[in-house]
Design a binder for this molecule. Structure first.
Ligand SMILES: [Zn+2]
Length: 73
């Protein structure tokens, strides 16, 4: 399933850039970015931000941090 990360969703809805953006190309009136968090491609021009191609975003890898304690009753 394709999805964007919360940072990209904020970016599109509120025009707020985030640190995961990687600039792919800069033209006179538009820029192309890729998000390193969710691998989405984003485009910015005078009218604002849009998602060109949604990537894949996972909340958290379940095994990586083990933040949630499981109850084994
Ligand atoms: Zn993203």
């Amino acid at each position: 399933m394709e999805s964007t990360c919360p940072s990209c969703q904020l970016l599109v809805s509120q025009g707020r850039p985030h640190p995961h953006l990687h600039t792919l190309s800069t033209l006179k009136d538009s820029q192309l970015f890729k998000c390193r968090c969710c691998n989405s491609y984003l485009h910015r021009d005078q009218s604002g931000w849009e998602v060109l191609s949604a990537g894949h975003y996972q909340d958290e890898a379940p095994t990586a941090t083990g933040g949630r304690a499981l109850k084994t009753a």
